[in-house]
Unconditional design. Structure first.
Ligand SMILES: C[S@@+](CC[C@H](N)C(=O)[O-])C[C@H]1O[C@@H](n2cnc3c(N)ncnc32)[C@H](O)[C@@H]1O
Length: 261
């Protein structure tokens, strides 16, 4: 996925929300956000959400998970505008701050957040060591990192996988969830927990494809046009193949910044 800041135009986002629910640009909805945060209580915590997209998750973190304050950052102006509108509509401007940022260093002081959260966004940041180190820096000692991301595997690449990489514009190695966890450990994180979500997503893909077929396809085509809906269906069909081949594997990671920092 290239870093051109126009990767998620309006029509594309509409297709993602169609599959995954209003306000969400990644799969699983509130239940998957809850699974990422398993064992972490956000009550009274200051949270940073990296790659907040259109803000559905930030509203959820403030409203349902009782975060004291959420800062959602994203690099795309259209998404930030949508997120801001959603926050205002939810009456949560006092609890959620949406910020347009530039790729690169996080624009926050050291030890600013209790929790750093992210869902399916770090894949866009090629320099993992830099972003994980910066997350470590902005977390308070004892703070928790909880995120999900798209990972690859060590299996040989199939023609379908290579085609899927082209369709989604991925130009760099996703790495594995294990390599991400190792890097976090090298940086200084402790209590690292990881979870491979490939089998969960393989099941979820059935539901995702159902939102794009039959009557649903016709409804989506009314919204996006025939070409837009066909593109969405083709992309998800190809993705199901690479998920079933075990080459695309969503994963969750939780880790702690030790207190002696
Ligand atoms: C798949 S979307 C996920 C959005 C949201 N987390 C969700 O699950 O609904 C990935 C997001 O990462 C954002 N993004 C890409 N590069 C980024 C960067 N360097 N810093 C912050 N966000 C970034 C994209 O603009 C996009 O909103």
């Amino acid at each position: 996925m290239q870093d051109n800041h126009e990767e998620y135009p309006e029509e594309f986002v509409a297709g993602l929300e169609w599959m995954w629910g209003d306000g969400f640009m990644s799969p699983g909805g509130p239940a998957e956000v809850g699974a990422i945060l398993e064992g972490i209580d956000l009550t009274g915590q200051r949270v940073l959400d990296i790659g907040c997209g259109i803000g559905g998750i930030d509203v959820l973190l403030a409203k349902e998970h009782n975060a004291a304050h959420v800062t959602g950052i994203d690099v795309e102006p259209y998404l930030v505008e949508r997120a801001q509108t959603l926050v205002t509509q939810a009456g949560l401007n006092h609890k959620i701050n949406i910020q347009l940022t530039k790729p690169g260093a996080l624009p926050f002081d050291d030890d600013s957040f209790d929790i750093v959260f992210s869902k399916d966004s770090i894949i866009h940041i090629p320099d993992k060591r830099a972003i994980y180190s910066d997350i470590f820096r902005v977390l308070k000692p004892g703070g928790r990192l909880a995120f999900s991301d798209w990972y690859g595997s060590d299996l040989p690449q199939t023609p379908e996988f290579k085609e899927w990489l082209v369709v989604v514009g991925l130009t760099f190695d996703m790495g594995t969830v294990e390599s991400a966890a190792k890097l976090l450990g090298d940086i200084g994180f402790t209590d690292i927990e990881l979870e491979d979500r490939n089998s969960w997503y393989a099941k979820n893909m059935e539901e995702e494809l159902a939102t794009l077929q039959g009557e649903n396809f016709t409804k989506l085509a009314d919204q996006l046009g025939e070409d837009g809906a066909t593109q969405r269906l083709n992309s998800s069909t190809l993705k199901k193949t690479v998920v079933d081949q075990g080459l695309l594997r969503p994963g969750h990671i939780r880790a702690t910044k030790p207190t002696l920092f």
